[in-house]
Design a binder for this molecule. Structure first.
Ligand code: HEC
Length: 154
């Protein structure tokens, strides 16, 4: 008998029941995620269903479009470029006040698209590209997803 005799009752490794439990959880999660991609379950991203665009990743769209280059990495504004955290309350830019008054629900979509005569004037846009047409051409659904996301920012 040595001073360090092994404890014989100790089992090594993860118990079989834990492995089985993990497998079931992964399978159930995978099945839920897989069917969710096909649109059979409510969106996992948000408990409040969005009328359109919920299948789009607004952050990825904005990354690709380069919104952060002007509006800041956290979209909170840089110098002359306004913060996008107040979109739910209407535009901070006085330049957009008339647009907001005429289109209180759709002003942000109209502004980002920049294809409507009310928003397409180059002087009015102040350098912001019109994303609703070439060369950017975000679809109305993509723009709707971006606006829905912006309205969730605190
Ligand atoms: C080249 C710079 C630039 C880029 C890129 C840009 N913007 Fe802008 N954006 C501006 C400027 C400048 C204004 C203010 C225009 C004004 O005051 O008339 C503005 C204003 C806005 C407003 C109105 C804000 C308010 O409250 O007044 C929204 C919403 C907006 N941008 C969204 C976006 C989104 C979404 C993207 C990406 C798809 C984007 N912008 C990309 C420059 C940019």
């Amino acid at each position: 008998m040595t001073a360090h005799a092994p404890i014989e009752s100790r089992t090594s490794g993860v118990p079989a029941w834990a492995l089985a439990f993990t497998a079931v959880v992964l399978l159930a999660g995978g099945a839920y995620f897989g069917t969710n991609l096909a649109g059979e379950n409510p969106s996992a991203a948000s408990s409040t269903p969005e009328p359109s665009g919920s299948e789009f990743n607004a952050v990825a769209i904005m990354d690709a479009a380069g919104c952060q280059a002007c509006h800041g990495p956290d979209l909170a504004g840089v110098a002359v470029f306004p913060s996008l955290h107040g979109v739910k309350d209407g535009p901070v830019s006085e330049n957009l006040a008339d647009l907001f008054a005429a289109n209180p629900d759709t002003w942000a979509e109209l502004w980002i698209a920049g294809t409507d005569p009310a928003t397409s004037d180059a002087a009015m846009r102040g350098g912001m590209p019109a994303f609703g047409g070439p060369p950017y051409s975000l679809s109305p659904e993509e723009i709707a997803a971006v606006v829905a996301y912006l309205k969730t920012l605190p």
